[in-house]
Design a binder for this molecule. Sequence first.
Ligand SMILES: N[C@@H](CCC(=O)N[C@@H](CS)C(=O)NCC(=O)O)C(=O)O
Length: 227
Amino acid sequence: MSKRGNNLLKMAALIPGISNLEAYLWATPNSRRVSILFETLGLEYRVHPVDIRAQEQFSPEILALNPFAKLPIVAWTEADAQHVMTESGAIMLHFCRHAPDLLPVDGPPREAVLVWFMTAMTSIGPMTGNAHHWTSLAPERPTAAANHHMALVRRAYSVLERQLATYDYLAGAYSLADIAAYPWVAVHDWAKIDLGDYPAIESWMIRVAERPAVIRGMQVPDGASLA
Ligand SMILES: N[C@@H](CCC(=O)N[C@@H](CS)C(=O)NCC(=O)O)C(=O)O
């Protein structure tokens, strides 16, 4: 794994009974969902940078943790047992179980967070990733494929724009849904999105970007880049 930025962030642990929290991450939106959440929760965690451009996700160490060879991966010790989780959404839902301010325990506030969280999970993240593939990464770039995915991203952005024209954050108050969406909206250029066309999203971006935990989380792993 990359030696760059292998850092240990010291903070007060919020979740009782958890120790040796390890996060395998790179400078990707899915990884940063986790680093922003961990920073928000004030967790002590060790970052293991895994450079996906150098194919480090296929190393034996990573494959042993996640046979799918994808980041983020999180491992920890709890009740004398070793725990491993993959999938950014699963990790987020699991680790915010002691944070009702990020995911309320019941009622319409919880329903709203879950709806917008899943919108980020299914319509913002993967569609922006697919648009990036067909506009920039694929060896061949059929116009129809690029247009299809850019249109799906614009359709999702239109819904976000309407919501954020009314509310400061996706589910009203700042929540897990904003953490899930933000790192992907931060790479809106991957889908050739001009935020000037979405002023409410642009204002939300500024509000979220100013939060200290978001600033810290977006710098993890230290020195990592997708360039
Ligand atoms: N659904 C997964 C997607 C994970 C994913 O695709 N991660 C990318 C980085 S954003 C990755 O590890 N790519 C390396 C690869 O596919 O080989 C999640 O939300 O965690």
